[in-house]
Design a protein around this ligand. Structure first.
Ligand code: AMP
Length: 510
């Protein structure tokens, strides 16, 4: 049996090996072992891998290696053109990817930064104008920078499209095509595309982007569903909070990620759990970027017992060894369930996901099971007096039937004969809702995307030309480049996903 190569055997530079060792990685993950040599050899790659597989280091390490000869400490922006461009669908993923680039490149002089929408572009201008070799961006905001001439792409040598299937779902493909048209010719650059799924549309996109790519596939879309122990409790909405408290306390857990569907629900649940004595915070689109990052930091440092999150805010979250994801409310789009539970069981670690299902949510559970193509074992919490135990102020109530079931499932054991752990009979389930069309799901996903610009109110203006949609301010009299003129109008963002007003500092590498 051939053993996997070490990072050193993959041929990476010593300064990168040091950073990898600092990060505590001892062995490349399968995607890294396969992708790094291919990228170092200059081939285009079509990578089938989702987050959690270590794919970011799989492309970031060879990119850093290839750009090392051009690393320099010159203060001149001209000596730091964008040489690698990484596009990501959401700001959370973009931040995460750029943090990884910084982590792996910390012993080099290569510069990187990250630009995304929903925050004031002015804060990003000095950093990008100062010059960076590696730019991580969401598509819309990158086009804004190109329009402002703060970024040029004429010297891009490596182009990465991360989570291409989510880009497609979010309606970013037209923007990506505009960006691709501004890059040097395909033959002059290396292209890497990563996607968890390969629909016909993704393959079409790959054909237009990649030059004789090497296909590397390490994980299918449902891998997280296979490595994460999943279970569900049938529990009325009003008992869910007590059950969360019970699970967290009886198991003495920290870093439990709890998903709800709305921003309002996230704030409310976080407040209630705090009141119950659990160290809790919430992240959602109404929080400022600074508040979100602070909550995330506290969570990563295990200072929180529970982090309550909405789907959009949690996208791209990357926390090592997350023990448990709780679906406090089931998502209405079944694919979101896979993204949620993918926050645990990362990079080969085992994880657990528990869904709390009110009877009216049974239809969503059925949809999720259809997508997973397997049933999720469901237990009843009847017989557990959760509310009473909380009111008595007990910190660790004795394990009830539900907990026994959890522990058993964690050990991969079956329920004793006669105990109620099987799926609820069909007759008890709510009727299945008609599945939304792919088109409707995409529209909804696009509308949820926090990177979309908020539509401006048509405020009365003393300048009639401005109201007519003409450009104002800097560059107003210059012709709009043809490529940029074709951008479609922004889809209105529902109140639930307003972008955070403040931007995090992304200081340029010293
Ligand atoms: P990604 O799929 O890139 O989002 O990475 C998922 C997680 O795996 C991140 O927390 C990385 O820090 C971690 N990771 C990446 N490569 C390795 C490795 N070779 N060994 C251990 N952990 C890794």
């Amino acid at each position: 049996m051939s053993s996997a190569p070490s990072f050193a055997e993959l041929g990476l530079a010593p300064e990168l090996l040091r950073a990898v060792a600092d990060a505590g990685y001892t062995q490349p993950t399968p995607i890294q072992a396969q992708a790094i040599p291919v990228i170092l050899a200059g081939r285009d790659v079509m990578g089938g891998a989702q987050t959690g597989t270590g794919k970011t280091a799989g492309f970031a390490l060879p990119i850093l290696h290839k750009l090392l000869p051009q690393a320099n400490a010159s203060p001149s922006p001209a000596r730091h053109p964008v040489r690698a461009l990484i596009l990501a669908p959401t700001r959370e993923l973009a931040i995460q990817v750029e943090e990884s680039v910084k982590t792996y490149g910390k012993h080099t002089q290569l510069r990187s930064t990250c630009v995304f929408g929903g925050v004031d572009i002015k804060q990003q201008l000095p950093i990008v104008r100062g010059g960076v070799e590696i730019l991580v961006a969401t598509p819309g905001r990158l086009l804004d920078h190109i329009e402002q001439k703060s970024v040029t792409l004429g010297q891009v040598e490596i182009f990465v499209l991360d989570e291409a299937d989510r880009m497609l779902d979010m309606g970013f493909i037209p923007d990506i095509k505009r960006i691709m048209a501004l890059l040097p010719a395909t033959a002059k650059r290396q292209n890497l595309l990563f996607s968890a799924t390969f629909s016909t549309e993704i393959k079409k996109l790959a054909d237009s982007l990649l030059n004789q790519p090497q296909l590397i596939e390490v994980a299918r879309r449902n891998t997280a569903a296979e490595t994460v122990a999943q279970s569900a409790y049938k529990v009325p909405q009003e008992q869910k909070r007590a059950l969360v408290e019970h699970i967290v306390r009886t198991r003495g857990l920290r870093q439990v990620l709890c998903f709800v569907r709305t921003k309002h629900g996230a704030s409310r649940l976080a407040r209630q759990l705090e009141k119950d004595g659990l160290e809790t915070s919430a992240i959602h689109g109404d929080k400022t970027q600074a508040a979100r990052l602070e909550a995330l930091k506290a969570f990563k440092e295990a200072r929180l017992e529970v982090l309550v999150a909405t789907d959009v805010a949690a996208r791209g979250l990357d926390i090592d060894d997350l023990p448990l994801v709780i679906n406090y409310e089931l998502p209405h789009v079944p694919e979101d369930y896979i993204h949620r539970i993918g926050r645990t069981g990362r990079a080969g670690a085992s994880g657990e996901a528990i869904s709390l299902v009110d009877p009216v949510e049974m239809k969503y559970l059925t949809e999720i099971e259809k997508l997973l193509r397997k049933p999720i074992p469901i237990s009843s919490v009847e017989g557990m007096n959760l509310t009473a135990s909380r009111e008595r102020g007990e910190r660790a109530p004795s394990r009830g039937r539900a907990d026994a079931g959890e522990a058993r499932r964690g050990r991969g054991e079956r329920a004793p004969h006669g105990e109620k752990t099987s799926r609820a009979p069909r007759s008890e389930r709510a009727p299945s809702a008609p599945r939304p069309t792919r088109e409707a799901e995409r529209e909804a996903a696009y509308a949820r995307n926090p990177d979309q610009p908020v539509p401006r109110k048509p405020a009365a203006s003393p300048h009639p030309r401005a109201d007519a949609g003409h450009r104002r301010g800097f560059g107003a009299n210059r012709p709009v480049p043809a490529l940029l003129m074709k951008r479609p109008p922004a889809t209105p963002v529902p109140a639930d996903v307003e972008p955070a007003p403040a931007a995090p500092a992304h200081p340029e590498k010293a």
